[in-house]
Design a protein around this ligand. Structure first.
Ligand code: GRF
Length: 208
């Protein structure tokens, strides 16, 4: 019997350090998880280079190539379905996904965010946490819904703000935590341990 494969498509706009962590920690490992495609809105995203280096199919969907955002997302959705993805993994994907895209992959899109949501959603969460004077911030992995960083939370981990409030140090600690937590969450989903309890405010339950 061929072991079952859990197929990931990763979307990334930038550096792709989270993509790299997924490639290093999960891709082709014993859990049967494989990255089967990496897509981007940026033709020159370093994340695409990382994917090519790992022999993974890539595609780019620049906004200017399509009449509007929905048309771009529809083309991207076709490509993702063609890769037979089980899960769409946002890893620094800096575009808002249109509502039809989110509906098409309902409960099958995840994101990593550099704060303890619902605190500091949106851009520059690390800067906002520093400005707010918090002593602890962290990382959240969540399902994606139509809002900005509002979907059901899967895992969260705290990261202490360094005593000198140095941004570079905090960023490094947050990125290291992201790399560990995202892999952990994807592993749990691939193992079928993550359920969404539907309702007005859906929540996530994790089975042992
Ligand atoms: C990460 O900090 C992630 O939380 C945010 O975008 C950043 C992506 O970094 N959504 P990288 O491209 O994975 O290095």
């Amino acid at each position: 019997m061929t072991p079952e494969t859990f197929r990931l498509v990763v979307l990334a706009s930038g550096t792709g350090s989270n993509l790299q962590a997924i490639l290093d920690r999960l891709h082709g490992g014993p859990e049967g998880i494989r990255v089967v495609g990496v897509g981007s809105d940026k033709v020159g995203a370093p994340a695409l280079e990382r994917a090519r280096n790992a022999g993974i199919e890539t595609a780019s969907f620049p906004r200017e190539g399509y009449s509007d955002r929905e048309a771009r997302d529809a083309a991207m959705a076709e490509w993702i379905e063609g890769r037979r993805a089980d899960l769409v993994v946002l890893a620094g994907y800096m575009q808002l996904l249109s509502a039809p895209f989110v509906a098409r992959f309902r409960n099958r899109i995840v994101n990593v965010h550099p704060a303890l949501l619902p605190r500091f959603p949106g851009l520059d969460a690390i800067g906002h946490a520093l400005d707010a004077g918090v002593e602890t911030t962290g990382v959240t992995v969540h399902f994606v819904d139509e809002g900005v960083d509002t979907g059901p939370v899967i895992l969260q981990r705290e990261v202490p703000v360094p005593a000198d409030r140095d941004r570079a140090l905090l960023e490094a600690a947050i990125h290291a935590t992201e790399h560990a937590l995202y892999s952990e969450a994807i592993r749990m989903i691939a193992a079928g341990r993550v359920r969404i309890d539907a309702g007005d405010r859906p929540t996530v339950a994790v089975d042992d």
